[in-house]
Design a protein around this ligand. Structure first.
Ligand SMILES: Nc1nc2c(c(=O)[nH]1)N[C@H]1C(S)=C(S)[C@@H](COP(=O)(O)OP(=O)(O)OC[C@H]3O[C@@H](n4cnc5c(=O)[nH]c(N)nc54)[C@H](O)[C@@H]3O)O[C@H]1N2
Ligand SMILES: Nc1nc2c(c(=O)[nH]1)N[C@H]1C(S)=C(S)[C@@H](COP(=O)(O)OP(=O)(O)OC[C@H]3O[C@@H](n4cnc5c(=O)[nH]c(N)nc54)[C@H](O)[C@@H]3O)O[C@H]1N2
Ligand SMILES: [Mo]
Length: 741
């Protein structure tokens, strides 16, 4: 049982906890518990300026934990894969089956034919979740797994290339120093980007900061904050940014002294921008045809951004999850340097990741997972910048289905025979769900640890019920903002027969002949972790107090500003790049010799953009952002959250009218990869030529293969960009009224 906490009334305990969702926020919660049920959820009680305001998802937390569809006991599949027909079995049968399949597969085909699928579904210290399974398999002989961060690989690649660091964010209070904030593909009113971010943006606006939003959609954030909305075609931001650079150079508005001191490669970039390199000056008129923004608007934004100091250009990850996504982040960082806003209070460094270094502990385990013997055999994963061509022992996350279907014959590192999955719902969440259906249908054995019968769980041979975060204690971390650390106390005992991922790994270890796998109690591990990591959380000296209060708020003397040291004291603090400077030209990128990952940021046309001949058949660009009322596919089944917003497709009246569609009609959205049925929302809030379906609705194909659940990934591509971004926002589709095609 967790720490003893205050009682509000007889029989009710109040337990400090947090959720552990992969949602960009971390809400400190006080769970009121009676008779092993959460009966009420209270948010953070801190005064307004310190309060980490609870989000709508956490307010519905008890409907999630106690949802009637929670998996309560182990099951085995008795019907066809994907149909969801299962039969109750005992834990012994489930674990014996999984252990014997692991042994049989290793002995018959080698450990590399075992695939470990893990994800961000559980964001705590990770001694639970996928890390326990990874540690077990490493001791067992290894496995094949995936690389490439499904969220942010494009932004990570871009930030490492340009700055040699992923800590490119300022703490949110610093927005108070900004005179202008450009929200470029960033919608934090919907998609949580650090708890408290909207509060600080609103305060900055009240403080007089002007706010401009560049987006294909008129977002909730734009509606709340922006003076100006600049609608743009998806995938064309780089063209507009390059044209802004043109205006700054042409009119002498850029900060040449800053560029001379802190950057390398501006001259090469300038040659490209001015057309010296290829004969095409990248004027606003050139960009206007590509991005659908008027030349005057582009020039005006360039002038305003260059002349308002300090100004924060906030790019993010959504636009980077596309065919040339990393160029958008690289170009944003370049504009931040051209205007001298890097490392300056009220400015921004760009790069899309927004993380600060405080509050980022608890990512690893107190017990290191050790090395994967399968990977030791082949070239090593060396980090994002190096891995693209060299890593052959892993599979890029967005080509997982292809790897399962083709194996070595398709150039993948192994023939995958079985998979073991936890903390992900990739069938729903990576590109091309119909290919995922094929891949999982032919896999010889599939074990899934889940809380719910998700789209992916329906393909399992063995399905193991896991506890929710409310049923165990753990350390959790806010991302990407902070600065605070959380201790989530166990509020209730495990429901039904559910067990944690760590306990499941321990029980399997016994069956695989691995001794001493988990000699620690839950409390031991957490204590060990806090005490063993004084460098990441130096402030936490009193474990018991931390546990009792559930949160440690870090008091900063002044806001964190990324690269402040480099800018204020460059001689002693070079950037962590080969040149020691901000690399507008990157030799490391040049060495990769990939046409779609050039050494300087560039706009290039790609497959499935508006100019692709395929657009004759599929003329609309599809956006698939994150929904406000769920976390990816999690919580889609929670009734209160379903009431917040129906799952529908955004379409402009111009495009709807041309297809005889009116608001509320059922429509089909389709391309060569699949077809979904969904309700149309006809709205001026989206640019003509673009439609939007939020990711995370549950994949549910009918007999004809029409996805009645309208999962966005039925339509997206299973491919990745030069820098490794998953192509979630580069898909062409057609839309037709249902019954009227
Ligand atoms: N089209 C499109 N697709 C996208 C994106 C997009 O923008 N567009 N965004 C991508 C991004 S950024 C991300 S991060 C991914 C997310 O991809 P996933 O991580 O696959 O998404 P989730 O839906 O969060 O799935 C997590 C699953 O883990 C389960 N789970 C939760 N806690 C535990 C636990 O403790 N143990 C176990 N065993 N299971 C647990 C949940 O029930 C849930 O089914 O989606 C990506 N997919
Ligand atoms: N409520 C909620 N919050 C979340 C999550 C969640 O599932 N639910 N997931 C969390 C996770 S794991 C992550 S990685 C982050 C993701 O954060 P992001 O990746 O930034 O979020 P997205 O919603 O994919 O995209 C942000 C915005 O970019 C816009 N956009 C897409 N393509 C383009 C383009 O080409 N150009 C421009 N200018 N704009 C474009 C979209 O319309 C959207 O409004 O969010 C986190 N926060
Ligand atoms: Mo993500």
């Amino acid at each position: 049982m967790g720490a003893e906490h205050t009682q509000s009334e007889p029989g009710v305990r109040i337990v400090p906890a947090t959720s552990t969702f992969d949602c960009g926020g971390r809400c400190p919660l006080r769970l009121h518990v009676k008779d092993n049920r959460i009966i009420r959820v209270e948010g953070d009680a801190a005064p307004e300026e310190k309060q980490l305001r609870t989000c709508l998802r956490c307010r519905a937390y008890r409907q999630y934990v106690h949802h009637p569809d929670r998996l309560m006991y182990p099951q085995k599949r008795v019907g066809p894969k994907g149909k969801g027909e299962f039969e109750r079995i005992t834990w012994d049968e489930a674990l014996d089956t999984l252990a014997s399949k692991l042994i049989e597969t290793k002995e018959t085909y080698g450990p590399e034919s075992i695939f470990l699928m893990t994800g961000g579904g559980y964001l705590a210290s990770l001694h639970n979740g996928g890390l326990a399974a990874q540690r077990l398999l490493n001791q067992f002989g290894g496995c094949t797994t995936h690389y490439g961060n499904i969220s942010s690989e494009g932004a990570v690649w871009a930030s490492l290339t340009q700055y040699g660091s992923v800590m490119v964010g300022n703490s949110r209070e610093d927005l108070m120093n900004s005179k202008l904030v450009i929200l470029w593909g960033w919608d934090p009113a919907r998609m949580i980007s650090g708890t408290g971010t909207m509060y600080h943006l609103i305060r900055a606006k009240e403080n007089g900061a002007r706010m401009i939003c560049v987006e294909p959609r008129y977002t909730d954030t734009a509606a709340t904050l922006a003076e100006q909305w600049i609608p743009i075609y998806p995938g064309t931001d780089t063209a507009m940014m390059v044209a802004m650079a043109y205006v700054m150079i042409d009119e002498g508005l850029h900060d040449q002294a800053f560029l001379d001191k802190y950057t390398v490669g501006f001259d090469q970039f300038k040659d490209y921008v001015m057309g010296t390199e290829d004969g095409t000056p990248k004027t606003p008129r050139w960009a206007a045809d590509i991005c659908g923004v008027e030349a005057e608007t582009i020039a005006a934004l360039a002038r305003e951004y260059a002349s308002t100091k300090p100004a924060a250009l906030m790019d993010c990850q959504g636009p980077a999850r596309s065919a040339m996504g990393e160029q958008y982040n690289r170009c944003a960082m370049t504009l931040c340097a051209m205007t001298g806003n890097v490392g300056r209070p009220g400015g921004s460094a760009g790069g899309g990741l927004m993380g600060i270094p405080v509050g980022h502990m608890f990512r690893m385990s107190a017990i290191p997972p050790g090395k994967n013997p399968v990977e030791l055999k082949g070239p090593k994963v060396k980090g994002t910048l190096d891995i693209r061509d060299r890593v052959i022992m892993r599979v890029h996350i967005n080509t997982l289905w292809d790897a399962m279907l083709k194996g070595k014959a398709g150039g993948y590192p192994a023939d995958l025979k079985m998979a073991w999955s936890m903390c992900n719902n990739y069938l729903n969440q990576i590109g091309n769900s119909n290919k995922g259906h094929q891949a999982l249908s032919q896999l010889s054995f599939f074990a899934v640890q889940e809380l719910f019968m998700t789209a992916q769980a329906r393909y399992a041979d063995i399905l193991l019920p896991v506890t929710s975060a409310a049923e165990r204690s753990d350390l959790t971390r806010p991302w990407p903002s902070g600065p605070y650390y959380c201790f989530s106390n166990r509020a209730i005992e495990p429901l039904g027969e559910a067990k944690s991922d760590l306990d499941i790994a321990g029980l399997l270890a016994e069956r695989l002949g691995i001794e001493e796998f988990n000699p620690f109690s839950e409390d031991d591990i957490l204590k060990l972790f806090v005490e063993k990591n004084p460098e990441t959380a130096p402030q936490i000296t009193d474990f018991e107090k931390f546990k009792k209060e559930g949160i440690y708020r870090v008091e900063l003397e002044r806001p964190i500003v990324a690269f402040r040291e480099q800018i204020e004291d460059f001689e002693n603090h070079p950037f962590d790049t080969p040149s020691g400077k901000i690399e507008i030209f990157s030799q490391r990128a040049a060495d990769m010799e990939k046409p779609d990952a050039p050494p300087i940021p560039k706009y290039m046309s790609t497959a499935e953009d508006r100019t692709d001949p395929l657009a004759e058949k599929y003329p609309l660009q599809l956006l698939t952002p994150h929904a406000k009322n769920r976390v990816h596919s999690e919580m889609h089944q929670v009734p209160w959250l379903r009431e917040v917003e129906p799952h529908c497709m955004w379409i402009n009246p111009v495009d709807a009218g041309a297809r005889g569609i009116v608001d509320g009609n059922e429509v089909f959205v389709f391309n060569d990869r699949g077809k979904v049925a969904i309700e149309a929302w006809v709205t001026l809030r989206i640019k003509p030529g673009v439609v939007c379906i939020f990711e995370g609705a549950w994949y549910d194909p009918d007999e004809e293969g029409v996805d009645r659940g309208a999962c966005a990934n039925t339509l997206t591509r299973d491919a990745y960009s030069g820098g490794g971004a998953a192509l979630m926002n580069t898909s062409l589709v057609q839309v037709a009224k249902a019954g009227g095609e």
